[in-house]
Design a protein around this ligand. Structure first.
Ligand SMILES: [Zn+2]
Length: 238
């Protein structure tokens, strides 16, 4: 298996190329171009979130905990939070990803399991597409695609490195197997992965078909929940 540094250097090169291509061929502004380069780079180390130990994984969750709230910033700003509420919500997302998600991952994933698979790559892309809101769907697709390119580079590199130079296969555990697999040895894992993939795909396709309508419904629902919470909290104070 390739090292963390190996994955990171490959995806950083791809990220630089992808960002430049966006700027050069599609006249992307430097903001989205740099964001895409960064997400491609992160995509290249994302599959190894399933390895339980080591500084890189902890670092990765730290990084994800910062990236996720910033990707959601546009959504949050549109919800008309006060500045302090915005800071509190972003801190909450940070803590959730940094400690909650990392704990969940530690418990439920096996290294080289379903996280190293083609459907997982699609889920990562869809997650970025849905987290990051932009009125222009092409911008969202651009960032999602970058993440998937980085992710794919990781899978390909792992696959190439799973046989060492003397031709001996490196042992991975029973749920491991090919990094470019389409399903897991465990069928509940496979079924839930595809369920997640299709539900995210469904939501994403509806948003592409009608970006403004979907956005308004989402905003409307979230505003209702937020105002409900505010009413509850202010009642509490009386
Ligand atoms: Zn890997």
């Amino acid at each position: 298996m390739a090292s963390y540094a190996g994955h990171l250097s490959l995806s950083a090169v791809l990220g630089a190329a992808y960002g430049s291509a966006g700027a050069y061929y599609y006249q992307m502004d430097w903001g989205p171009a740099l964001l895409a380069a960064g997400l491609t780079t992160i995509g290249g180390v994302l599959p190894d979130l399933d390895s339980d130990s080591g500084v890189p994984v902890r670092e990765l969750f730290g990084l994800g905990a910062v990236v996720v709230p910033f990707l959601m910033l546009r959504r949050l700003v549109n919800l008309n939070f006060t500045f302090e509420e915005l800071v509190a919500v972003m801190a909450g997302i940070y803590l959730f990803v940094r400690y909650g998600m990392s704990e969940i991952f530690k418990r439920i994933t096996v290294h080289r399991g379903i996280f190293h698979s083609v459907p997982a790559m699609a889920i990562a892309g869809l997650a970025i597409f849905l987290l990051y809101h932009n009125p222009d769907p092409q911008m969202r697709i651009y960032l999602a695609l970058g993440t998937m390119i980085g992710f794919l580079s990781h899978l390909v590199l792992d696959e190439l490195c799973s046989v060492d130079f003397s031709g001996v296969a490196i042992h991975v555990n029973q749920f491991g197997g090919s990094a470019l697999k389409l399903y897991s040895q465990s069928w509940p894992v496979t079924v839930s992965t595809y369920l997640l993939l299709f539900s995210l795909g469904y939501v994403a396709s509806r948003q592409i078909a009608n970006p403004n309508e979907a956005w308004r419904t989402w905003q409307h629902r979230t505003l209702n929940i937020a105002s409900g919470w505010k009413a509850l909290l202010s009642q509490d104070r009386k």
